[in-house]
Design a protein around this ligand. Sequence first.
Ligand code: C2E
Ligand code: CA
Ligand code: CA
Length: 692
Amino acid sequence: MNDELTVRTKELAGLNDDLRNILESIEMAVIVIDSRMRITLYNGVGQRLLQLNSMTHGMPTIESLEILFGCENLVGPVQQVRKTQLSITIKKEKQGRHYDLTLYPCRSLASEEVTGVVLTIKDITEQFLAEQQIRLSASVFDAANEAIVIADENNRIISVNPAFTEITGYSKSEVLGKGPKILNSGKQTKSFYRNLWHTLEESGCWKGEIWSKRKNGEIYPEWLSISALKEAGGGVSKYVGIFSDIVQSLKAQQLIHQQANFDALTQLPNRNLFYDRLQQAITKAQREQKLFGLMFIDLDGFKDINDALGHSLGDRVLQEVAARMAHIFRESDTFARFGGDEFTVLVPNLESETDMIAPTEKILEAIQIPIQADDHELNITASVGITIYPNDGREAETLLKNADNAMYSAKAEGRNAYRFFTQEMHEKAQRQHRIVNEIKNAVKFERFIVYYQPVVDLQSQRLCGAEALIRWQHPVRGFISPDEFIPVAESLNLIGQIGEFVLAKACDFIAGLNNELGVDLSIAVNFSSLQFVNSSCVDKWLDMINQSGVGTSNFVVEITESLMMSHKEHYVQQLQKLRSQGIKIALDDFGTGFSSLSYLKKLPVDIIKIDRTFIRDILVDSSDASLVESILDIANNFRLEVIAEGVEDEGQAEFLKARSCGYAQGYYYSKPLPEDEFKQFAVGKRFCDKIK
Ligand code: C2E
Ligand code: CA
Ligand code: CA
């Protein structure tokens, strides 16, 4: 009996141990309360949770449970347990702690009678906090002013917030599953997006200003930040884009910029902005070693208009003159209202100081035109002072001060005038300016004449053609060399007109002479590279040549290599067009400039003209002699005709003839001659064939 008891006791102890182990292995708190509301059993989790100890063991614990779960809620179910013997689940939160509480009736095995209640309590604080966090995030997501767009790892949109819809006009359902590309404005370049993705991949985020497109097509600027969210493995799991519409702040910025830098009356840059640009121009000109000009313009007698007719009319006059002057300047110039009736202009990248003259004259002319304001016809003029960087100063203040001084000199000289700061510059400018006006007049009144220099066949010593050379007989200053005025005409854009004048004259003359004398002379005309800038000119020249009756095969176009380097392809195409019509192309001044053999290969050339500087010393300088011999060799290899220029004596002619040079031209045969003298020369010669 005793043995059996011992065995049973052992078994019970074993069961008890098992029960303990089971209880301890449960992650929830398990607490057993008997029908008298005393705690009779609990596991470790329960002990920690309710802070039970040996003192509380077996004590009525309703109080501690009340503290834990709150009074009203607990009393209810426990009473219910007693009465109805049912299990009840409640949830209650207290002071931020969270529990899941389950009550089970505790039954006696013998009678099914409820003897107490088993409480299982699960601490769900963490889950609660996480839920709270999610709720918080969700409300931030919904309430944010910034648009938030979340895309999956394939950059497909999976969520957007209400602000997104407000800013872009797209509802959530319209964008889900799409790429953020639907917002592309097309204003960013491909390389912009490449850089964006590169930064995002490298650093996990990108921030910047970007132009986007709303659903209604409107393009707007936004401030965008994109983050790539990574998984534990390192791959991107989501992209989160947050952006705000910055149209308003940009507009405000622009307004501030406008007010700080522009004049409200004329909308021109103000003194502030002008100073900035002047400083920039100084830095740039210093770096690039360039000249720039500064004009100081002051209206003459403006104060009288203001005093007599009132400020509002004065304002209108200022607006009118500002508008007239604004037309004159290039985009790269800065034209500013410096204050009151003073205007300033910055003209960058001058080739020469005299580049300032043309715009200054235009200003004086434009302002002089009477201004109609109400019933008044106002005659206004201006005085202009000009300074040049770096000649007249290297600092902004100095340049402005000197321009101001120069402006006062112009006023002192009787107004409606301009003055450069230095006397020397002023005189130089005036001189140049005279030439400019005189060239314009010479073109207008056809004061140029064309001379003809014979071209001779070296072997037969017969005349075979002529080169047309322009002459300018100035009524006061006498003969002015083309070397002096052709470059000026080029810079004034008058070379086209002059060139066509020579072309027409020369064709008429030679055609007439060929006809009259029954000969077949060729005529060579010099062309400036600038004449080829406008490609439609070639057709015009061809028309002129054809109409004159000179015949394209008798026409030679003389070009130099110097300027053609700039627009080479364009130039070559036009030469080819001329050549396809039978016209010959001669490369002038060969050996000077950039002459290189590669040109001979690339350019459509028929004739080379050896520069006279090589011919000059051909008999005394052996290196010149061998250079000419080499040129003749090369020409022979390339099957080009050669004309030696500047042949002044018989020795030179014999040297060239002995080396099979085809043609010559120079004072030995004749200087350039006016039409009638050339005709006499031609009559006195026997004729050979034209240049082949
Ligand atoms: P270029 O085309 O090389 O013309 C030859 C120049 O050498 C001419 O000067 C001519 O008078 C001069 N010359 C001729 N034979 C001799 C000589 O034996 N000894 C010396 N010392 N000089 C001689 P010119 O007429 O003063 O012309 C100078 C340059 O002006 C020309 O050089 C040409 O580049 C340009 N030019 C002349 N007329 C025109 C034209 O109608 N249009 C264009 N674009 N340029 C022209
Ligand atoms: Ca020539
Ligand atoms: Ca020449």
